[in-house]
Design a protein around this ligand. Structure first.
Ligand code: IVH
Length: 677
């Protein structure tokens, strides 16, 4: 313990403890925020932090500005004061093409007279905002935005709250005065999470990570900044006094790291134009997967003596340039919207745009995702919209620029009928996606619906795989599931890689599949949001089809596990006469579910928890599961102390070992059958 209570109850402080705690916490902050390489689990770190907070609460006179506890923000300012940059904060020239780049390199080499191939430091060009950090005797004393390059705003209070900015530099070779520069940015993940939280609280969201970073850093209330996921990468030094810096950019960045400043991992030394191009391509290919947004890369002549020799033109250095990527966002006009029906029946609105060059290609169509998104973003036909195309991702309409909305802009209407098959379109309340309700008849959904219908957990038609369904649909032989039972072996034998023998087998399999259970049948209909377990819950609750298909949404909600959205989907499905037609066709063709299912039911295994593993003789694991569940038992995925029985077949592996270790009873398929009434 750091403090000892004397007999009189007076707390005496061990003065070394506060310093030791601060050093230790600083070290862990560096590992976590700067090196991305944490050593301690969060809980252990929190304990150190809380101990320091407690000591400081008892001894406020010992609190210093550099203490790791002093990052929560301070009382709001009335305005930011101005900071003059002693060394101006410059901007960069741009190149966009390989020719521009070669020209840049040639100009630099010409000026340096006789340099054959130049060494460059290549860095990502982060899309955030540039700030400076001033350290005096290793202590953080001031931070400023770039502003116009000569004067910026004093944002010291806000910068203090950014955990990756050290309040105290590390090491005994830190210059007396060091002004570091870099980019504050918001990582993509943090941006998405923060926006989701803002939206959940009905607060205004930010349009992109750059705006979010700027909006979070340039607020007068630093307590707000403290809650925002900002971080920083350092890339330059402005002023240095009373200390030595390395001779080149890359080496400088390595030095900054040793002092505890955060430097990007993608920084590299490369040679000549070929090296720059390779770097540009490599970063370009990885752009989407980087955890932060970049709008290009930056090349800097590595040697500082050469940088000094090259100097500046107007506000940009001759020794550096930015190589920009094609913009990922552009604005254009939204001319009209079409709805397309996907294979699951979802209606996806597609924006027809005035063609625009974005993300390296000309885009004239972009997704609006779903009708819910359209309403949320309030996008209208005639609007000027922001279109985004990032990497290989489908172009999307990000938002409308409301300020540019013409008076005759029109709201986008959801069609009432499916553009593909004319069935009713439904959008349950609370659902963003609208769907065609004609699951069994809609051409857009045909392949997916039939493949699902025949799949193992649905009607389980052996020999009717996805490929064959595709052929049958493309050859226009099958439109609805009922057609599958109308085709003869001769019809099937006409298909690719289908001999007479397998065609006969397939017809037999179809006949066999006609005898099913209501639960399987319901599942096979492919009603949206109705999975296997919901299907069997519905079957169990209603007992037979007529009762279910006539049920109101209120009655459907009474079924355990059925919420309003599922209820709406089920109701809409049975309300569509063409779906009903297919169902009665199927029944006329001999499809049935003997109500025997319910006589199989019992309660002999209520309260018993089973795990099934390995290959069972004479039954599938699904069959075994059905037997257990039919008797009120439960089947879970992993063995624990709560497991009553492990049903083990051939080649049971780790689950068997675990069951034995835990003393769980291991049974065979035969044992299970004997347990049934
Ligand atoms: S160096 C003298 N390096 O780009 C060179 N800038 O267009 C000054 N930026 O204001 C800047 N990443 O906000 C440099 N690795 C990087 C950068 C970078 C992003 C931004 C910075 C600067 C702007 C210039």
């Amino acid at each position: 313990m750091s403090e000892t209570k004397s007999d009189e109850g007076v707390v005496r402080l061990d003065p070394g403890r506060i310093k030791a705690l601060r050093d230790e916490i600083r070290r862990h902050n560096r590992l976590y925020y700067v090196d991305d390489n944490p050593e301690l689990p969060d809980g252990s770190y929190d304990r150190l932090f809380q101990e320091l907070q407690a000591l400081e609460a008892e001894h406020p006179e010992l609190i210093t500005a550099e203490s790791p506890t002093q990052r929560v923000g301070d009382v709001p300012l009335d305005a930011f004061s101005q900071v003059e940059h002693e060394v101006p904060m410059l901007s960069l020239g741009n190149v966009f093409t390989d020719e521009d780049l070669a020209e840049f390199d040639r100009r630099v080499r010409d000026r340096l007279e006789g340099v054959e191939s130049l060494e460059y430091c290549a860095e990502p060009k982060l899309d955030g905002l540039a700030i400076s950090l001033l350290y005096e005797n290793g202590k953080f004393t001031r931070s400023a935005t770039r502003g116009d390059g000569r004067t910026g705003e004093n944002i010291t209070q806000n910068a203090r709250t950014i955990k990756s900015i050290p309040l105290q530099l590390h090491g005994d070779d830190v210059p007396a005065v060091l002004e570091v520069r870099g980019e504050v940015y918001m990582p993509k993940a943090g941006f998405a999470k923060m926006n989701a939280e803002l939206a959940a609280r009905d607060e205004k969201t930010f349009v992109n990570p750059r705006n979010a970073a700027a909006g979070s850093l340039r607020v007068l209330d630093s307590r707000i900044t403290a809650t925002r996921p900002l971080t920083m990468y350092c890339y330059a030094v402005g002023r240095v006094e009373g200390g030595e810096l390395p001779e080149g950019q890359f080496e400088l960045l390595q030095q900054l790291k040793t002092w505890g400043l955060r430097v990007g991992p993608e920084v590299q030394k490369v040679n000549g134009v070929a090296g720059l191009q390779a770097y540009y391509r490599d970063i370009g290919e990885r752009r989407e997967s980087l955890p932060y947004e970049i709008d290009g890369v930056v090349y800097k002549v590595n040697r500082f003596d050469w940088q000094r020799e090259l100097g500046f033109v107007s506000r940009a250095p001759r020794w550096a340039t930015a190589h920009k990527f094609p913009a990922q966002e552009e604005i254009t006009l939204l001319r009209s919207v079409d709805f397309q029906v996907g294979r699951t029946g979802a209606l996806t609105p597609t924006a027809r745009l005035e063609p625009v060059f974005v993300g390296g290609v000309t885009v004239s169509n972009a997704t609006l995702h779903n009708i819910g998104e359209i309403r949320r973003k309030d996008v209208r036909i005639g609007d000027t919209v922001v279109v985004r195309r990032a990497g290989d991702v489908i172009p999307e309409v990000v938002r409308a620029i409301i300020e540019r909305r013409p008076v005759d802009a029109v709201e986008i209407e959801l069609p009432t009928e499916c553009p593909e098959c004319g069935s009713a379109v439904e959008q349950p309340e609370g659902e963003a996606v609208a769907r065609c309700s004609g699951g069994l008849v809609c051409a857009a959904q045909r392949k997916a619906a039939l493949q699902h219908f025949a799949s193992r957990k649905a009607l389980d038609v052996e020999g009717l795989g996805d490929k064959l369904v595709e052929q049958l649909v493309e050859a226009d032989k099958v439109k609805t599931p009922a057609d599958l039972f109308r085709l003869t072996a001769d019809d099937y034998a006409g298909m690719e890689r289908m001999g007479k023998k397998s065609a006969t087998k397939l017809v037999a399999a179809l006949n066999k599949a006609k005898i099913t259970t209501l639960g399987r049948f319901l599942f096979s209909l492919g009603i949206s949001n109705v999975g296997e377990s919901t299907a069997s819950a519905l079957a169990e609750h209603f007992g037979d089809l007529p009762a279910l298909s006539e049920a109101t949404e209120e009655q459907l909600i009474e079924v355990a596990d059925v919420g309003p959205i599922v209820a709406a989907h089920v109701h809409a499905f049975f309300a569509e006469p063409r779906n009903q037609q297919v169902i009665s066709d199927l029944q006329a063709l001999g499809l049935e579910w003997p109500v025997a299912e319910s006589t199989n039911r019992g309660d002999s295994l209520v309260g018993k928890v089973f795990v099934i593993t390995g290959t069972l003789p004479d039954m599938t694991r699904d069959d075994a599961k059905a037997l257990i569940v039919g008797q009120g038992g439960k089947v879970t995925g992993s063995v624990s102390k709560k497991t009553d029985y492990l049903l083990a077949g051939e080649a049971a592996g780790s689950k068997l070992e675990k069951a034995e270790a835990l003393g769980v009873e291991v049974i065979s398929a035969n044992d299970l059958l004997n347990m049934l009434p």
